[in-house]
Design a protein around this ligand. Structure first.
Ligand code: PEP
Length: 234
């Protein structure tokens, strides 16, 4: 059983989500399917997929205009939230320290945070891939994890670019993450791979050791693209 999570980013409408839920209604799968959608679409109900947000505030409540707390996300019935996505790190200056606070807020609200880590092209070219991944895991995960978390390895240079690392690179990154999680007492935490996953490469990627599922951007927007990913593995 794998975890197939979609990230709609700032795309789609409630109508698109209702249509996606209907399209997924009769899919036979034992995989866990999660869709992380814009806040405005949370609350759409579905029996077979869980919804998540794409970010939460570090704060619980208060004078933080435009922010949405983890508690508010949970109040819609959502079960998950992404934290530390590459685009939040890039466009909003989110550091591992901020991501850790957001993950802690999510856990306190009963949400499962999907904590993203990964290297930029500059970091890759400087030979820092492993260092960035390990520090991302160690620094972005709260000290007291009193709930379920998911880690997503997303090589930032590959997201939305149609590029994927080699299987060996994915295997090495996921082994490092699994070992680091074990070292901090979080054995068994699911680790997703994300960046340019599509129907044609999903099964191969999910056959790599320590890859417990995928986080899918562009190919999660339409049922014709998303369903083949969901059904590519048992
Ligand atoms: C993402 O943004 O999390 C992502 C994986 O995007 P894409 O699948 O489009 O590369």
């Amino acid at each position: 059983m794998k975890i197939i999570a979609g990230n709609w980013k700032m795309n789609g409408s409630r109508e698109n989500l209702v249509n996606m839920v209907a399209a997924l209604q009769n899919i036979e799968t034992e995989n866990t399917v999660v869709l992380c959608v814009p806040y405005t679409m949370l609350g759409v109900t579905s029996d077979n997929i869980a919804l998540g947000a794409q970010d939460v505030s570090t704060h619980d409540h208060g004078a933080y205009t435009g922010e949405v707390s983890a508690q508010m996300v949970a109040d819609t019935g959502a079960k998950y939230t992404i934290v530390g996505h590459s685009e939040r790190r890039q466009y909003h200056g989110e550091t591992n320290d901020i991501v850790r606070q957001k993950a802690a807020s999510a856990l306190a609200a009963g949400l499962t945070p999907i904590i993203c880590v990964g290297e930029t092209m500059d970091e890759k070219q400087a030979g820092k891939t492993m260092e960035i991944i390990e520090s991302g895991v160690r620094e972005s995960i709260p000290n007291d994890v009193n709930g379920k978390i998911i880690v997503a390895y997303e090589p930032r240079w590959a997201i939305g670019a149609g590029l994927t690392p080699t299987d060996e690179e994915i295997a090495a990154a996921h082994k490092l993450i699994a070992d680091t999680l074990s070292d901090i007492g979080l054995d068994g935490t699911p680790v997703l791979y994300g960046a340019s996953v599509k129907g044609s490469n999903a099964a191969q990627i999910m056959s790599i050791p320590n890859v417990d599922g995928v986080l899918v951007g562009g190919a999660s927007l339409k049922p014709d693209d998303f369903i083949p990913i969901i059904t590519s593995v048992k």
